[in-house]
Design a protein. Sequence first.
Length: 127
Amino acid sequence: MGLFLAFGLARQLNFITSGQFVISSVLHSVLFILSVITAIAGPLFIRTLFAHSMRKQRGVPAKEFLSFQRKILWISMITPYFAFVAVLCDFPRFFAAAIVLMALYAVYYYFPSQKRINFDRKIFRVK
């Protein structure tokens, strides 16, 4: 959030001009795919692996559950940085909008609210 505010202020003060940072059009697609991986596929894969590894246990130790939550949070919070790059480098509207939407989804869904943590604790029967 701070990066977007600083970037907006720099644009308003004409420190940064539109089109100043240009990257190859191939990287638009690559960054879009990476944002989908970090916002949706990566956390889903980590959650699936964790659930599979804990399937025969009666309860999950709190330390392992915390490690699992950190991994999901870490991978999903990469996506807002991709959104910043997309906005900074003036990506085409489709790619920029899609990457920003992925970032908003990642921040909204994986934010460690008390309600979400309690729900996951019930599902995985954390000790």
